[in-house]
Design a protein around this ligand. Structure first.
Ligand code: HEC
Ligand code: HEC
Ligand code: HEC
Ligand code: HEC
Ligand code: HEC
Ligand code: HEC
Ligand code: HEC
Length: 273
């Protein structure tokens, strides 16, 4: 993977960071083999900063008050609450042990001294524990996270609330995350496809997919999850009360001339979407 640390750090710091991360990976592999502790399908491996010790999130709260307050509601704070692996839980599970940073009175990293990890847009912080996601983003159709064009934190908030940004209980809120970048799908449409209420993820595998447009299915199965198909004796395939047998031979449900405007349409409910 091409690293894009250069964008965020001066060259020498980037070099150090890279060395640190390589070390981190080596440590990670060792830790994985040695402990293999699994918490909800996730392996916990706290990151390292040479010479630094864990101080606990409470110490961070002294100076990063707002972040610490929000963090009480964060998905990742649950890891700390579980008391498991308390060393390196909380803030330090992503930022590494904080003693050098705290001893220095906080502050930004400099070219020759990294006291605390600032992941910036680097997804490797998340891959430490969510290694399976690297595979998903390597699929042929995926959000360009591995290319440094976007980051896990564009969609997931590590510091506050549900890790799924604007997640919570209202499913429509989840779509707001997507609308930040995909305004065309937001509408408003005269005829909104009701499937949108269920969220973008009923049709899209948003990390990545083998199918074009990150679709969960490449054919009519995508739609038949919700739209009942009736097979009649005369070889008809009724969907929505209309014979689709001939249509289904010509392409997908969303091929040109069919339900093209699958997210919503201002023209008509049935033909255009
Ligand atoms: C003594 C006060 C203090 C404490 C304690 C402290 N920080 Fe900081 N930290 C700062 C200041 C000041 C900055 C500079 C940027 C800012 O004002 O947010 C900073 C910056 C950072 C940065 C960004 C570094 C960069 O190069 O951009 C991270 C990440 C960070 N802190 C995490 C932590 C974590 C995690 C802890 C607990 C282990 C912690 N801090 C404890 C004061 C502190
Ligand atoms: C699940 C991982 C994770 C945890 C846990 C976490 N952070 Fe972060 N933190 C990040 C990431 C990722 C970034 C970079 C965000 C970005 O630039 O999009 C970041 C950025 C920061 C920054 C720099 C913000 C800036 O504007 O540059 C500070 C300060 C910080 N975190 C402090 C904390 C504190 C304090 C805690 C605990 C209360 C904490 N973090 C817990 C992942 C985490
Ligand atoms: C130290 C290990 C660790 C790190 C580092 C880590 N996570 Fe997690 N993450 C977990 C665990 C464990 C869970 C399951 C928490 C639970 O369900 O109690 C989780 C849950 C999640 C969830 C699911 C939330 C939900 O409500 O289902 C998301 C999304 C997530 N993490 C994203 C991230 C992102 C993005 C990063 C990097 C900024 C990151 N994680 C870094 C361990 C980690
Ligand atoms: C384009 C937005 C987007 C990006 C970028 C993104 N995610 Fe997600 N992620 C989601 C959504 C939406 C869900 C909920 C999926 C669902 O409900 O089917 C999710 C679910 C998750 C989950 C919990 C469910 C699961 O699949 O295990 C984890 C963990 C996770 N993401 C980690 C990550 C990590 C790590 C990265 C960066 C390498 C990342 N995500 C980047 C949108 C995104
Ligand atoms: C930070 C911006 C951003 C966010 C947030 C975001 N995306 Fe994307 N999305 C992109 C980029 C960039 C691409 C790649 C476009 C390209 O390759 O031309 C993309 C591509 C896609 C594609 C494939 C488009 C194509 O033509 O192949 C789909 C589908 C998609 N995103 C859905 C979603 C969904 C669903 C969400 C919310 C869970 C989401 N996106 C959140 C930026 C974003
Ligand atoms: C009912 C299934 C379904 C739902 C729900 C859905 N999509 Fe799609 N989406 C599709 C299909 C099918 C395509 C492919 C259209 C094509 O190839 O012409 C697509 C294509 C896209 C594209 C690529 C641009 C384009 O129009 O070809 C983006 C971006 C996208 N969807 C974003 C979203 C977002 C954001 C949401 C949630 C707000 C969402 N989709 C919800 C089925 C769905
Ligand atoms: C999550 C469930 C769901 C999925 C998946 C889904 N739909 Fe729908 N769709 C609905 C609901 C609910 C309605 C409104 C009730 C109805 O007309 O059946 C609807 C309505 C429609 C209509 C309007 C019917 C009319 O006469 O007004 C069309 C056309 C349509 N969907 C096409 C598709 C296509 C094409 C796909 C696949 C890309 C798809 N749907 C996937 C739930 C879904």
């Amino acid at each position: 993977m091409k690293t894009n640390l250069n964008r965020f750090l001066p060259p020498s710091a980037a070099r150090r960071m890279r060395t640190l991360i390589v070390g981190l990976c080596a440590f990670g592999v060792a830790a994985f083999i040695l402990s293999c502790e699994t918490v909800n399908r996730t392996v916990m491996i706290p990151p390292m900063i040479p010479g630094a010790k864990f101080v606990g999130s409470e110490t961070c709260a002294q100076c990063h008050e707002d972040l610490a307050k929000g963090f009480k509601t964060a998905t990742h704070a649950r890891l700390e609450a579980k008391g498991k692996n308390a060393e390196g839980a909380g803030c330090e599970s992503c930022h590494g042990p904080g003693s050098l940073h705290v001893d220095a009175g906080g502050g930004h990293n400099t070219a020759d001294k990294i006291t605390i990890l600032n992941p910036g847009k680097d997804p490797r912080t998340c891959f430490q524990c969510h290694l399976d996601k690297r595979g998903e983003f390597s699929l042929p159709h995926s959000h360009p996270v591995l290319h440094g064009k976007m980051t896990c934190t564009d969609c997931h908030n590590p510091h506050k609330g549900s890790a799924i940004v604007a997640g919570g209980t209202a499913l429509l809120d989840k779509n707001e995350t997507c609308f930040k970048c995909h305004k065309a799908q937001k509408g408003p449409f005269v005829f909104q496809h009701e499937a949108m209420r269920e969220g973008c993820t009923v049709c899209h595998a948003v990390h990545g997919s083998v199918n074009a447009k990150m679709l969960k299915e490449r054919n009519q199965m995508l739609c038949l999850k919700c739209h009942f198909q009736q097979q009649t004796a005369r070889g008809q395939i009724l969907i929505g009360g209309r014979d689709h047998a001939a249509f289904l031979k010509t392409g997908t449900c969303w091929s040109a001339g069919c339900h093209e405007a699958v997210h919503g349409s201002n023209e008509s409910s049935s033909q255009r979407f």
